[in-house]
Design a protein around this ligand. Structure first.
Ligand code: AKG
Length: 275
């Protein structure tokens, strides 16, 4: 069985064919990993992978274990979270973000499968943060190389506050954590530099005043919004995506409420193929 990749935009993304989740040999998973390093996000159509098979795939790629502090887990596996939005919920994923960068070591990859999709809408976009970084003016790249930024749990404050007031926010803050990361990170496998701030989770730049940090972050977030850095996926039930969290961000569009949308997600914390 040979995996083939059909590249979707110059920035990132590929449709993969020839993948059978029942056949996770070392060679197949090595190939899959190589394709992920090259394209950053991979899409699989009609992949009827139940939660246990998503977990097997995650384990073949690395170590699981980044339990989410806010999402519900699947009854068949604690390693699968259910992400469900409907009625007048306010989804938290309609912002550019890379998963859990408020942790010192954010997860390496995510595996996301569509279970229930709305009649139309509910697409997800990914941005290549290599592409965003490469597009920056040279002087700006030099300035950013010196800077570090604080990441925290962003809009997860809202459910925490509604549930338990100030105490709830303090507890959520403690369990989610906070972390400082360089604004220009280097991918541990490809070595490529990428822009490492997100509108969801990056709050402040060390050493700048709050207004200076706010202005610079706003400029960087505007750059991430440019469509030439993106790929967009229209989901159907059993569409599955795998993305490398290092060097990408994603944005789940909320244009489908009050219809229901249900996704299953596995987070892979450590990359087994990272030297
Ligand atoms: O539901 C989606 O399309 C993306 C969800 C999301 O943002 C995530 O899994 O981190």
């Amino acid at each position: 069985m040979e995996l083939t990749a059909d590249r979707l935009t110059p920035a990132l993304g590929a449709d993969i064919s020839g993948f059978d989740p029942n056949n996770l040999t070392t060679d197949v998973v090595d190939d899959l990993h190589a394709l992920l390093m090259e394209h950053q996000v991979l899409f699989f159509r009609d992949l009827d992978a139940p939660p246990t098979q998503m977990v097997e795939l995650g384990k073949a790629l690395g170590t699981l274990g980044a339990r989410h502090h806010s999402y519900v887990t699947h009854p068949d596996s604690e390693d699968v979270v259910i992400i469900e939005w409907k009625d007048d919920d306010l989804p938290d994923a309609a912002e550019w973000h890379s998963d859990m960068t408020y942790r010192a070591t954010p997860p390496f990859a995510s595996i996301l499968k569509a279970v229930v999709v709305p009649p139309s809408g509910g697409d997800t976009l990914w941005a290549s943060m290599y592409s965003v970084y490469d597009s920056l003016p040279a002087g700006m790249k030099d300035d950013l190389a010196q800077l570090e930024a604080v990441h925290d749990m962003g809009a997860f404050r809202t459910p925490a506050y509604r549930e338990a007031g100030d105490e709830g926010v303090m507890e959520a803050y403690k369990s989610a954590g906070t972390a400082v990361h360089p604004i220009v990170a280097h991918h541990p496998v490809t070595g490529r530099p990428y822009l490492n701030v997100s509108e969801s989770f990056t709050r402040f730049i060390i050493g700048l005043s709050a207004p200076e940090a706010g202005r610079l972050l706003t400029e960087l977030f505007d750059r991430i919004n440019r469509p030439e850095h993106h790929v967009r996926l229209r989901w159907k039930p059993n569409t599955l995506a795998i993305w490398d969290n290092r060097g990408t961000q994603h944005y789940a569009v909320i244009d489908y409420l009050p219809h229901r949308r249900v996704m299953h997600r596995v987070a892979v914390v450590e990359d087994a193929r990272q030297k």
